[in-house]
Design a protein around this ligand. Structure first.
Ligand code: ADP
Length: 238
């Protein structure tokens, strides 16, 4: 059984069909790359899966259950994590507090002290344990990106939705980020990973979906995607 199944998902913004009957499936412990030219609907699809945008049509099932009309909050409880659906702490908050806040919105209800304990574990894993007491505004870009992944991880999700989390990082930082994302799969979690750059995601993904103008263009292994003429044409505007 698929962990996530999107069937004929449509999203209209006024007269614009940002998604026009998109199908997508994710299995347990799978990294699925979601690629496509700018404006092809990647972020919109992620938002409909997270529940931060209602669909105009179609169906989204998670663990065999219809979640199409569930709020993002309920989907987080069900095990779908996307960083920005987690409420941001008000004002300035230290790094530990940021992750601990996220931990309180996850699959199981945890007490404050359990959330803090879990947050310490997450910070260690993302290499930010030395920054637990730092104000988030003092973090570098790469530390911020890792913190975003850490906040999602604190929910102990089954499915993590990542939107261009490695953008703007130098090669060494991006390599560390890729290792971190691969380790999520080693936990048995599933990941949907958006990247504009097809090649960056091929190294990480088990399977990939290519969107073009709100529709499925192609899906397959990274090797199949990179070798497909339609994919090349979509990127070149052909
Ligand atoms: P991608 O992530 O692939 O770059 P998006 O999902 O961001 O694409 O956007 C798909 C299309 O939907 C684009 O034409 C974009 O302008 C439009 N769009 C996205 N969000 C909104 C919105 N909130 N209101 C109106 N149009 C939107």
């Amino acid at each position: 059984m698929s962990l996530l199944r999107c069937t004929a998902v449509t999203k209209r913004f006024g007269g614009l069909k940002a998604l026009d009957g998109v199908d997508l499936e994710v299995g347990a412990g799978e990294i699925v790359g979601l690629v496509g030219p700018n404006g092809s609907g990647k972020t919109t699809l992620l938002s409909t899966i997270a529940g931060s945008l209602p669909v105009s049509g179609g169906r989204i099932e998670f663990q065999g259950r219809d979640v199409t009309r569930l709020s993002s909050h309920r989907r987080a409880h069900a095990g779908i994590a996307r960083t920005f659906q987690i409420p941001r702490p008000l004002g300035s908050f230290d790094v530990l507090g940021n992750v601990a806040t996220a931990a309180m919105f996850g699959r199981d209800r945890v007490s404050r002290s359990e959330a803090i304990e879990r947050a310490h574990g997450v910070l260690k894993r993302i290499g930010l344990d030395g920054h637990a007491g730092s104000d988030v505004t003092t973090l570098t870009l790469h530390e911020h990106k890792f913190l975003e992944i850490g906040r999602a991880l604190a929910l102990d999700p089954r499915l993590i939705l990542l939107d261009e989390v490695l953008g703007g990082l130098n090669p060494a930082e991006a390599a560390a980020g890729m290792e971190l994302i691969a380790s999520l799969r080693d936990d048995g979690r599933s990941v949907i990973y958006i990247e504009h750059n097809v090649r960056a995601v091929t190294a990480l993904a088990d399977r990939m979906y290519v969107l073009d103008r709100g529709r499925n263009l192609f899906d397959g292994t990274p090797t199949e995607v990179v070798g497909d003429d339609r994919v090349v044409a979509a990127y070149l505007g052909g």
